[in-house]
Design a protein around this ligand. Structure first.
Ligand code: GLU
Length: 449
């Protein structure tokens, strides 16, 4: 028995704009599914539309995927594959599965209106199939160039078992023969995509449910090309936090997340689970998400994308990030000990700089008139104690004994004098980083303020 082909997925954005959160989710699903099956994840740039495709968006797509940690195993561009499409097109014209049609947009529009007026579905009537060779010759002589339609086979229903949606069934007689090529020779999305899926050996087409009816049409294209169709997974769409299909989602992308200080891994952790029956968890690495990823876990209801949830998840991921994953984003000189001390207090990595400032100084401490004597005592004590092991507990222990203070009156004046703030990282971790010399100076200065 031959083993089943290794999994191949593809993410196929059109470079006509920036990736938004819905595209990012599709890219991620493709990447996770391929990795889970030890397969390949391909990037296909759908740039057949020369007028709307822009190189800067191709660059942005690559950069966004890199930021998210999604690395395609290969990249292909549709604009470099026109010869391939032409060959397949010619073959389908030769077998009569693609035919020329001559109606203008206005004529088609009128036909649709008439059908709708009669209460009929607006399906293309295939008038072009009834043309004789002589008719076509006359149209050509009049300078009318045809566009091209794929002739659907009406004989049997189109069926597939969708990995998310389960069994699907479409009646091809209720669908118009799709236009696959315009009169100027340019390609529409539908056929080149199916050709590429065959040529690239794609085993799993993973995309949003807005493509479900395209799948029905493309399944017949695979059949017409004599190719085994891939499996399909159509995830339900995302909605905004307000529960509706939101305009805002269409503009939320990597640039926005980066500006907000969101960790890429938070985007990954959220979008890998959103819409599934599994809880969203702050996984700081990809492995558990790959392992648990399964289209069978996805529901059919739209999933709600909430920026607040993303921000919270990101903070929880920041709390777990080891120093080597953030080192290049920290102020010069900040080391692992400093990172570990301040990490639990951050919602964003960039805030580490604020705590680095607190450690390094100078700091601005609030006036502490009522605690003057206590702070002088603390400064003396800090100069004296064994600083090696755990200076904060040694210092506060000694001060407690000497002054009888405990709780807030003991700790708060010290924290304020040493950091300038009422709240912050665990002082037991922070004080050794501030160091004896600076600590003594800060306590004295606070006492004199
Ligand atoms: N370029 C198409 C899109 O962005 C690709 C759809 C597909 O995955 O086949 O919608």
């Amino acid at each position: 028995m031959t083993p089943p082909p290794a999994t191949v997925t593809r993410f196929a954005p059109s470079p006509t704009g920036n990736l938004h959160v819905g595209n990012i989710r599709t890219a991620l699903h493709n990447s996770l599914w391929a990795e889970k099956h030890g397969g390949r994840f391909l990037l296909r740039i759908d740039d057949t539309d020369a007028a709307r495709s822009e190189e800067r968006f191709v660059d942005a797509i690559r950069a966004d995927l890199a930021w998210l940690g999604l690395s395609p195993d290969a990249e292909v561009r549709q604009s470099e594959r026109f010869a391939l499409y032409q060959a397949r097109f010619d073959a389908l014209v030769a077998t009569g599965r693609i035919y020329p049609a001559y109606e203008s947009a206005q004529e088609l529009d009128l036909k649709r209106k008439i059908q709708l007026g009669r209460g009929l579905p607006p399906v293309y009537d295939r008038a072009a199939l009834a043309l004789s060779d002589a008719d076509r010759a006359r149209l050509a002589a009049d300078g009318v160039a045809p566009h091209w339609r794929f002739r659907l086979d009406h004989a049997s229903p189109i069926e597939w078992d969708d990995r998310v949606r389960g069994p699907q069934r479409f009646d091809p007689a209720t669908m118009s023969d799709p236009v696959v090529r315009r009169a100027d020779g340019s390609w529409l999305y539908m056929l080149p995509s199916a050709i590429d899926d065959v040529e690239m050996g794609v085993t799993d087409v993973v995309r949003g449910e807005d493509h479900v009816s395209n799948t029905a049409l493309q399944l017949q294209m695979f059949e017409a090309m004599g190719a085994a169709p891939p499996r399909f997974a159509h995830a339900a769409l995302l909605t905004g936090a307000e529960g509706k299909l939101s305009k805002r989602l269409g503009s939320l992308g990597v640039d926005h997340f980066r500006e907000q200080g969101i960790e890429p891994q938070a985007v990954v952790a959220l979008l890998a689970r959103l819409g599934t029956s599994d809880p969203v968890e702050p996984f700081a690495t990809r492995a558990p998400l790959v392992e648990g990823f399964d289209f069978a876990r996805f529901g059919r209801a739209p999933a709600r994308f909430d920026e607040g949830e993303l921000a919270q998840l990101s903070a929880r991921i920041v709390h777990q990030l080891p120093f080597d994953r953030v080192a290049d984003r920290l102020p010069a000189g900040m080391g692992a000990a400093e990172w570990d001390a301040v990490r639990p207090n951050l919602t964003r990595v960039a805030e580490a700089a604020d705590w680095w400032q607190v450690i390094e100084g100078p700091i601005e401490a609030p006036a502490a008139a009522d605690d003057r004597d206590f702070l002088i005592q603390a400064a003396d004590e800090a100069g004296r104690i064994n600083w090696i092991a755990d200076p904060w507990h040694v210092l506060t222990g000694a001060l407690k004994q000497a002054t009888g203070r405990k709780g807030k009156p003991l700790f708060l004046p010290l924290r304020r004098a040493l950091t300038g703030l009422d709240h912050g990282p665990d002082m037991a971790q922070l004080l050794p980083l501030i160091g004896r010399e600076r600590a003594v100076a800060r306590l004295r200065r606070a006492a004199e303020a």
